[in-house]
Design a protein around this ligand. Structure first.
Ligand code: ADP
Length: 488
């Protein structure tokens, strides 16, 4: 089948507000391009304040009825949305490759991961329990119930165009909230395709709204999504810089906020590691989505006893990767999302090399196209070099050799971020010690792949607030209401 034909019914270019497909009030559109070849994949409504206001109004009025639906009704609708995602996962995966550049196998993986949140929250919807508290007074009964907070603003990034939306919207809808989604400007088509399926699933108008906007309009749209009195809370996944900005904006109206921001994950290989497993784990933790994930391994620390063996095996593994267009067979590393990201990665590598790091592999732009970067290994990297200080978000592995466990933990914890971390060791006492002392919201122990709908995803320090996924993901969308019953 021709993928163009298959995709046609999924390509929506208008926003989705109150159950209607609508153009921007300004009539403006912005192009969405395929990062592998620069071709325009769609021209999407460039919405602004007026459109955002309309979406918030639609979500606000839908909340009155949606919050009164039974848990079972919401569960059934989420399940139907999940079933449709599952049914159309091939088409959606192709669409995702076209706008995000990720290899098809990874897009298929994201469809499974992304749809799993709807499945999971269709189940969790029915288990949002309250409490009965033993009363200190015989004349009172004390009950705690959980209420949906209201309209939730969801602002999502381009690196996981489907999963970052379902992770938030699944939990919001399960709790009884309605939502306004602003997808990233690089990947709005996946978001609109999801809205198409939500509509087909029978989710009532206004419960899920999508406002698409160019980068130029994002601040105005985001501002309203944080400040409107009709919005109860915001959930954001993206850069730390924008996250801080939104946190500040939310302070004014004392809105609920969930933030999933940048990481700077350490990946530690101890002398007691299984080297083969550690190399495989690093390949998974580093190259998924060309290193453009907040949980990507960023600072690789290898103990001196296994350093040479590890580096040789890693070099061999990296040499076997295939860079190219994500729809081509055999490709496992795609382009970076846009020119800004490519320039940023290139500069980080150049600056790190200028500080004295050695290039073992790669180090510059890849001939496959304008937005491709070579899978790169740098050695002799130290704490103060740019590739260790900053989140790379590209296919670059900076390595530092270390001597002792204490030294490795000190380096690992020397970061303002604390999202994911990884370490490899088969010494059981060391595993416990390190797992306890590492400062992060998530720890991969002899494992390089952490994501699942069932687990709490989130960070500490400047990596964020709150947890998404798992039963804890519901918390951001509910508030606790205490009911005190007197006798008369
Ligand atoms: P990245 O640097 O990886 O693109 P961003 O944090 O810039 O990550 O983008 C994540 C999301 O935040 C996107 O949907 C983007 O449009 C949105 N965004 C960017 N700037 C703002 C802003 N000032 N207000 C609200 N949303 C914004």
């Amino acid at each position: 089948r021709d993928p163009g034909v298959r995709l046609a019914s999924f390509i929506h270019q208008e926003g989705f507000i109150g159950g209607q497909w609508v153009p921007a009030a300004s009539g403006k559109v912005f192009p969405v391009t395929n990062p592998a070849n620069g071709q325009v994949v769609g021209r999407v409504a460039d919405m602004g304040e007026q459109d955002t206001e309309a979406a918030i109004d639609a979500a606000h009025s839908a909340f009155h009825t949606w919050q009164k639906t039974t848990a079972k009704e919401r569960s059934n609708l989420l399940r139907r949305w999940y079933n449709l995602m599952d049914e159309h996962k091939e088409d959606l995966a192709h669409l995702m490759v076209l706008e995000s550049g990720k290899p098809l196998a990874e897009a298929r993986g994201e469809m499974l991961y992304g749809s799993a949140f709807l499945e999971w929250y269709s189940e969790e919807a029915r288990r949002i329990y309250g409490e009965v508290i033993p009363s200190p007074a015989t004349s009172k009964e004390l009950i705690v119930i959980r209420h949906p907070i209201g309209v939730a603003s969801l602002i999502t990034p381009w690196n996981f165009p489907v999963a970052m939306i379902t992770r938030k919207a699944g939990a919001a809808l399960a709790a009884g909230c309605t939502c306004v989604i602003k997808p990233a400007e690089d990947t709005p088509l996946s978001a609109l395709a999801l809205a198409d399926l939500a509509e087909k699933a029978g989710i009532p108008p206004g419960v899920v709204n999508v406002v698409t906007a160019s980068r130029a309009n994002a601040p105005a749209v985001g501002n309203l999504m944080c400040s409107s009195p009709k919005v109860a809370g915001i959930s954001f996944t993206g850069s730390t810089a924008v996250g801080k900005l939104l946190y500040e904006k939310c302070a004014k109206g004392v809105k609920r906020i969930g933030l999933e921001l940048g990481g700077n994950a350490p990946f530690i290989v101890f002398d007691a590691a299984n080297i083969k497993a550690a190399v495989a784990g690093l390949m998974a933790a580093k190259f998924r989505n060309t290193g453009q994930a907040c949980i990507s391994a960023n600072r690789v620390l290898v103990q001196e006893g296994v350093y040479d063996e590890f580096l040789a095996a890693l070099k061999q593994a990296v040499e076997q990767t295939v860079v190219g267009d994500g729809l081509k067979k055999g490709v496992n590393i795609g382009p970076l999302i846009n020119a800004n990201q490519l320039k940023r990665v290139e500069k980080l590598v150049q600056d790190t090399v200028a500080c004295g790091a050695k290039v073992v592999l790669g180090g510059s732009v890849h001939p496959a196209g304008e937005l491709f970067f070579q899978p790169t290994i740098l050695t002799g990297v130290t704490d103060d070099m740019p590739c260790f200080k900053e989140e790379i978000f590209g296919p670059v592995i900076p390595i530092k050799k270390f001597k002792t466990e204490e030294e490795a933990i000190k380096i690992a914890n020397n970061s303002e971020h604390g999202l994911a971390s990884y370490f490899y060791s088969q010494d059981v006492s060391q595993v416990w010690r390190v797992a306890r002392s590492i400062e992060a919201g998530m720890v991969g122990i002899n494992e390089g792949f952490l994501p699942a709908a069932e687990v709490p995803h989130g960070g500490i320090k400047e990596s964020g607030i709150g947890r998404e996924g798992s039963k804890h993901g519901i918390d951001d969308y509910t508030y606790i209401k205490y009911l005190c019953f007197g006798e008369q």
